[in-house]
Structures are given as structure tokens and as C-alpha cells.
Design a protein around this ligand. Sequence first.
Ligand code: SF4
Length: 360
Amino acid sequence: MSFFADKIIDWYKENKRDLPWRDTKDPYKIWISEIILQQTRVVQGYDYYCRFMTHFPDVNTLAHASEDEVMKCWQGLGYYSRARNLHTAAKMIAEKGCFPTTYEEVRALKGVGDYTAAAICSFAYDLPYSVVDGNVYRVLSRWMGVEDPIDTGAGKKLFASLADEMMDKSRPALYNQAIMDFGALQCVPSSPSCLFCPLADSCVALQKNLVDKLPRKERKTKVLDRYFSYIYVRAGVYTYIKKRAAGDIWQNLYEFPLIETPGEVGEEAILGLPEFHHLLGGHDIQSFRMVSPEIKHVLSHRVIHAKCYEVVLAEENVTLPGFQRIQIDDFHNFPVSRLISRFFSLLLKPNHKKQNHVIE
Ligand code: SF4
């Protein structure tokens, strides 16, 4: 449908964002930017992209980096499986010797789904694959007045075929970038400025007063509450950390010893938990204090209710089974979640004496 494509491409030429991964045909740069932007807004992703490209300017550098280096560079961006997958895929590409050039090969890379494969193939190679992301769902559902939910198998199929139908196949890169920017800047989720929209005269949602109802979703995401108590243990110049295991959030990131409980646990109750005593293995405690009352850390499907305590041990030469003993000064070299990084900054604050509690 050239009317639609022409309108949004004209709009894009006037309004496009100047982004470092836009004016390139380098599939590596496009791939990195697309993975970063999968769950991240452009404002936040921009700095990460620049940092990532400085550390890992090409696929071979990325492939030969250690996982800790990659995770450290990703720290704070969330959805850490993206970084692990990038690293695995970089190794696959380096082994092959060149970046894949067909949709099927690109789609086979770890962490690359239909959307990312279409983005890479259209932006880098001008192959006619239409992208379908949140922006595209919004623009198409509103402009065409499609009320089918976007989160069902049938809905996804329908929108994939509509996206394909609407695409200007003679200009895949330009069209895909145009519709994505149009959704991100013009047809935004709430209160889009329909008055100044070049598609206003033909927009079904606007005519039927459905703009704030589309796109429609059928399922509500279930949110799980989890309760974490972190115990920062200090023994002289040392502290203790552990790498998080597979199969849970923050895989392969480091953290302080953690006690997870089914519900909220207060400061006094922590001291009575068998896990607390098991962790410290009977070593003498010099002091105990709460570093931070509850911080709510919201992830896509979970809310983490986290607290942090500091335990200072009486002796310095202590090992805690299952934990890595490191110098506190080396802590910044380890990749950690944003939550741990926040707790660590609180711990370092010289006057931060919140709720100090000394055990005799
Ligand atoms: S008129 Fe409004 S709802 Fe319709 S496409 Fe334009 S911005 Fe989106």
C-alpha cells in the first residue's frame, strides 16, 4: 500500500532521529544496536551502544572477550540474557569468519528472533523483511483499526502479514526505519498528537475514537513478588560474593550472600533465621546493621522487595563456603545487577549509619 508507505517515509525524512547506528550498513553495528534496543528506550540505550562499541568495536573483539567483561559493559541495562546471547553468537560468527548474510542464517544466531533478523537484514542488506515491534503493532492497529489482540498466536500472525502487506519492498531499510520512528515519535502510546499527523485523514482509530484503546492485549502479565535480604559480610578488607546460577534472574552476575524468603522479613527476624547462621558458619560477629530498608526493584514479571544488611566479622581471615572472598576494593571489577550496585554505593557512603545495631 504505497499511500501509507509514502506518507510515513515523507514524515521520516523530516523527523528522523540522528542515531549512530542509522547511517551504517555494517551488520555488526546494527545487530548490537538492535539487541540493546530490544527492551530499552533509545535515550538509555544510546550511551550503552557507544560504550559497547568502544569496548568491542568488531565481532572478533567481542568473541574473544571474557563473559565477565561483556557483562560488566552491560551492567545496569537489564535483561542480561541479551548480553550472554550476544557473546555466544559473536563466537559463532567469529568461527564462521564473516557475519551471516541471509535471513535464515541471521535468524539462527542466538538471541535473534523474527524482529531482529528482519531489522538486520533490511537495514544492512536491504532485504524485504518487515519488522514487527511494539511501534509497528501500535501504528498498524490504530491506522487500520484492527482490534485483534496483539499477544495471541493468531494476532501475531495477522499483524505479521499486515506488516508485510504494508511494506514498501523497493525500500525496505527506509520503510522499516520510518515506521519504527513514526511509532516511537508520532503515534506514541498515550496522547499522540493526531492533529498534526499526516495519516489523520485516513486513520480508522481516530475516526472511531479508538486511539487510546489500540493496540489491544488479551492477557495481563502476572507479576510475582520476591523477597530478598542481602547480607554484605565484611572481614577486614575482604567481602564475599557469589555468581548467580542459571535458570533465574541475573544469571552470571555477582551478588552478596542472599537469603530469599517467601514473605517480608524484618531486621530482628533475619538474625533468627537458620540461613543467616548457616551463612556465617559460627564466626563471631562484631556488628550488624541495616544498610537499606526495602527497595522495590521492578522487573518485567517480578517485583523484588530487597533489603541489605551489613555484618562485620570479628576476624579477618575467614572463608565462607560457597562464596568467593574478594578485596572490597576489587568489587567494582565484577558485573552486578543495578540493585547490588545501589546497595554497594550506600555501603560506601561514609555517614550512612542507618539503623546500626551492634551484637554483643
Ligand atoms: S492519527 Fe493519531 S492514532 Fe492515527 S496514526 Fe496518526 S498519530 Fe496514530
